[in-house]
Design a protein around this ligand. Structure first.
Ligand code: NAD
Length: 504
């Protein structure tokens, strides 16, 4: 497969910017495309953290008393604009992050979905009414906006993760300050342009979404700011380790979405046709650069050889190349460091007793270019060694063997991360055991689908070194609001709780 010319990509970016309404492809942060490794110009201006937080706080004072369903109108308009510009924004995601076309479009669809969800939510931010133990009293919960919400995002979901947070924060009444990955400034510019149009169309303050372009230093200053009520940070566990103590130290609200090391157990009764497809999508899709990508396969001894043979055949024929071209299933890694990480993990796995089954080579781009395509790799491992316990952000799948389900679950949970997991089985006892209290210890536990590709309707996030945060659907909105418990006395007496008497 041939790669597109760099000029073609530049023209495509210019066309998408023109469609979306971004006026300039210049700024402080250099942008490159992993498709050719060439420069796309630069995007975003490095902003002033104090001024940005002050403007967000100002916007908060008006937004917190705007009725939630009216706040929902802003998110509805954003969703409409995203529908209109899905094609352009999806292409930009492919060009700047390297995702194949359908995944770039899928990311924008996810933004549209969360906008729809948040609009409905804007009429359902309800609390409980609780039976009071005192006569003539009513006990209830009310939910209120908290203040500016910092949203720190990773390169691999350059637009969707912002929207998961922004859509919920905005209907919850919290202005957003977005610190996108410094590897994807152009997609952030495009999203902000659409947001600003939505805000102007419905008459909402422009400062409800501000973008702070820059690297870890800007992110660190934002996280430390005392007027940032909520920090929602998505990225590596290393980043989370730096951010968590700072936010905890000032008693801020923290939502962490960090690294994963996701596994699938393939049981003796598994439908192997289904398993091969589910494994391939989860392990090879997005070139293994999803937080939920499948990295560990724990296969029952009775099915292991057939499974690995079938997977190896699929891996050998998977179309790798230009992510914008029809038929491509694997695009580039984000950069040279990502390729070096995959190569050194393969070396380490070899030293730790592993054997390469397939893949691992750099393909397509010539050695002199700054584009990195890798043939997805499978390594057979005799046991779960240190390297298997480490998240390597690329298409590298370790295969291990088990005999009893208890052993499989124990291998499964014996890693520091706890994001996504799955089992392929047609035995209901095994499926239930996997999802039970003594089963998978992850935030996501699936049956007969791989660990990646979540819908927005469920709460998304994971345990242990994944950070414990929950975003997106279900009741994740509660993380963006403060809860007040209200007791109302409508009697003429003042009975005290727990029968305490205090007569004066
Ligand atoms: P990264 O940790 O290098 O960067 C993520 C973001 O954090 C960037 O915007 C970066 O500038 C910022 N940052 C880094 N150090 C910081 C600091 N000290 N203070 C504040 N901000 C800081 O991650 P990446 O390479 O962009 O993304 C890949 C990683 O993200 C993987 O580990 C992946 O599993 C994880 N990820 C997790 C989820 C999830 O939902 N759990 C989703 C996507 C990606």
């Amino acid at each position: 497969m041939t790669l597109p010319s760099h000029d073609e990509l530049i023209s495509r970016v210019d066309a998408t910017f023109a469609g979306i309404g971004v006026t300039s492809r210049s700024g402080d942060l250099p942008s490159r495309t992993p498709i050719t490794g060439g420069s796309l110009g630069a995007g975003g201006a490095v902003g002033d953290v104090d001024k940005t937080v002050a403007a967000a706080h100002e916007a908060f004072l008006a937004w917190r008393t705007t009725p939630a369903p009216v706040r929902g109108n802003l998110v509805r308009r954003l969703g409409e604009l995203l529908r209109e510009h899905k094609d352009d924004l999806g292409a930009l995601v492919s060009i700047e992050a390297g995702k194949i076309r359908s995944e770039g479009l899928g990311e924008v669809q996810e933004m549209i979905d969360i906008c729809d969800f948040a609009v409905g939510l804007s009429r359902q931010l309800h609390g409980l009414t609780i039976a009071s133990e005192r006569p003539g009293h009513r006990l209830m919960e009310t939910w209120h906006p908290m203040g500016p919400c910092a949203v720190i995002t990773a390169f691999n979901f350059p637009v969707a993760v912002w929207s998961w947070n922004a859509a919920l924060a905005l209907v919850a009444g919290d202005p957003v300050i977005w610190k996108p990955s410094d590897k994807t400034p152009l997609t952030a510019m495009a999203c902000n342009a659409l947001f600003q149009r939505a805000a102007a169309d419905v008459g909402a303050p422009a400062a409800l979404n501000q973008v702070l372009y820059g690297g870890a230093d800007i992110g660190a200053a934002l996280v430390a700011h005392p007027d940032v009520a909520i920090v929602s940070a998505t990225g590596s566990t290393r980043m989370g380790r730096a951010v968590a103590p700072v936010v905890a130290g000032r008693f801020g609200r923290l939502i962490l979405e960090l690294g994963g090391n996701n596994a699938a157990i393939i049981a003796p009764t598994a439908d192997l046709d289904l398993a091969v497809r589910g494994i391939a999508f989860s392990a090879v899709g997005t070139a293994g650069q999803r937080c939920t990508s499948l990295r560990r396969l724990i296969a029952h001894r009775s099915v292991r050889d057939e499974l690995v043979d079938r997977l190896a055949a699929a891996y050998r024929s998977v179309p790798i190349g230009d992510p914008l071209a029809d038929g491509t299933l694997v695009g580039p890694l984000i950069d040279a460091q990502a390729f070096a990480n995959v190569a050194s993990a393969i070396d380490a796995a070899n030293q730790q007793g592993g054997e390469l089954v397939v893949g691992g080579d750099r393909v397509l781009a010539d050695a002199a270019s700054d584009a990195y395509y890798v043939a997805p790799a499978i390594m057979s491992m005799p046991a779960q060694t240190d390297i298997v316990r480490t998240e390597t952000f690329g298409p590298l799948l370790y295969v291990m063997t088990y005999d009893e389900l208890d052993e499989a679950v124990s291998i499964h949970n014996d890693v520091p991360q706890g994001l996504a997991s799955s089992i392929f089985t047609n035995d209901i006892r095994e499926a239930e055991r996997f999802m039970a209290a003594n089963g998978s210890d992850c935030g996501i536990a699936n049956v007969n689908i791989g660990p990646s590709g979540a819908e927005i309707g469920g709460a998304f996030g994971g345990e242990k070194e994944t950070g414990g945060g929950r975003e997106s659907g279900s009741d994740a909105w509660k993380s963006y609001m403060r809860r007040a418990t209200n007791t109302v006395n409508y009697s003429r007496d003042l009975p005290l709780a727990q029968g305490v008497s205090f007569d004066i």
